[in-house]
Design a protein around this ligand. Structure first.
Ligand SMILES: NC(=O)CC[C@H](N)C(=O)O
Length: 331
């Protein structure tokens, strides 16, 4: 049975927490066999089903790295949080929210059905593909590279380096993603795209193909936990209002049509991607007793074996366990 931590009255040290997390990662790694790696983007099939890794970065400087933390992977849908943030920073929040709503869909991330059935021209939220493609069309710039430059600049400020594009993943998705093209054409017809369709889709496929590690996700998570401020430099990298809006959307729409369950059982804003990444945000908590990461932390998880909703099967279970043991829920 997985080892649990009943109370946290002893002094909380990094080594002590590290032992627990190592134990939990090796326990939940076994559950990767119950999921499947994504295959609809052909190159993603090459991922190793058994991988599971996590980085937790605390506001107080405490860092836990466990499992397969050195394996790079493409950011996929987690990029939707960043492009939405950049769009809000370029155009303002109300401009963006006039064009994408903030409602969960209860449908799969790449669903096209609800766009037509509910006769809404505006996509439900920026984290489903329809919303994310709309956001890409709104980003400033004439080419996909121009559109993505501010996103790369933001990433560089957050991570301390400029991440690379995985060209093989980009080409694999570009050449296979008929569903996203269909969504794009539907949006074009409704008049919601503000740029050329091909440039918009190129921007979307490229943003999904940015390569990151769990540590990168944890850093982004930590900045969001601080409402957009880098806790080390104290620089405001994302305006507070935008960071908070992004977190509200992560909580309600970040885990596709499993967002309700994730909010109920884990209870923190999070966003997943189909390559198996999850970013989770634990804001500072106010409690009587001392708890691990009480000052807030960012968490990055990677586990490419997915459940039937397209979320990392072992990653979700690991996060659920940690949130319960450390009382991370914001509710
Ligand atoms: N859920 C995801 O991560 C989806 C992203 C992927 N690039 C797609 O559009 O299908």
């Amino acid at each position: 049975m997985v080892q649990g931590a009943a109370n946290w009255n002893t002094e909380i040290t990094e080594d002590w927490l590290q032992n627990y997390v190592d134990d939990w990662v090796s326990f939940y790694r076994k559950q990767t066999s119950e999921g499947e790696v994504a295959s609809y983007i052909p190159i993603l099939k090459e991922a190793n089903q058994d991988h599971l890794g996590i980085t937790i970065l605390g506001n107080n400087g405490m860092t836990i790295n466990s499992g397969d933390v050195d394996v790079p992977f493409t950011i996929q849908s987690i990029s939707k949080v960043l492009s939405f943030i950049v769009g809000c920073m370029e155009r303002g929040v109300s401009y963006m929210l006039d064009r994408v709503d903030v409602e969960p869909t209860g449908e799969a991330f790449n669903s096209i059905m609800h766009l037509e059935m509910r006769q809404l021209k505006k996509p439900f939220n920026p984290f489903i593909n329809a919303g994310a493609i709309t956001v890409c069309s709104i980003l400033d710039g004439k080419t996909s590279d121009e559109k993505l430059e501010p996103l790369f600049e933001l990433l560089e400020k957050m991570l301390g380096y400029r991440p690379a594009l995985n060209v093989d993943v980009y080409e694999s998705e570009r050449d296979s993603s008929m569903r996203n093209r269909a969504i794009g054409y539907y949006l074009l017809e409704t008049g919601y795209l503000e740029s050329d369709l091909n440039i918009t889709l190129e921007t979307y496929f490229k943003q999904c193909s940015i390569e990151v590690t769990v540590e990168d996700l944890a850093k982004i998570g930590m900045i969001l936990a601080n409402d957009g401020e880098d806790p080390n430099s104290r620089d405001e990298l994302i305006p507070r209002q935008v960071a908070r809006l992004a977190k509200a959307l992560m909580l309600t729409c970040g885990m596709y049509d499993a967002s309700g369950k994730f909010a109920a059982y884990v209870g923190v804003p999070a966003k997943s991607g189909v390559s198996g990444g999850i970013i989770a945000v634990s804001p500072p908590r106010v409690r009587e007793e001392e708890l691990p990461f009480i000052d807030g932390c960012g968490i990055g998880v990677f586990g490419p074996a997915l459940d039937d909703k397209g979320n990392s099967i072992a990653g979700i279970k690991l996060l659920r366990h940690i949130a319960k043991q450390w009382d991370l829920s914001i509710f």
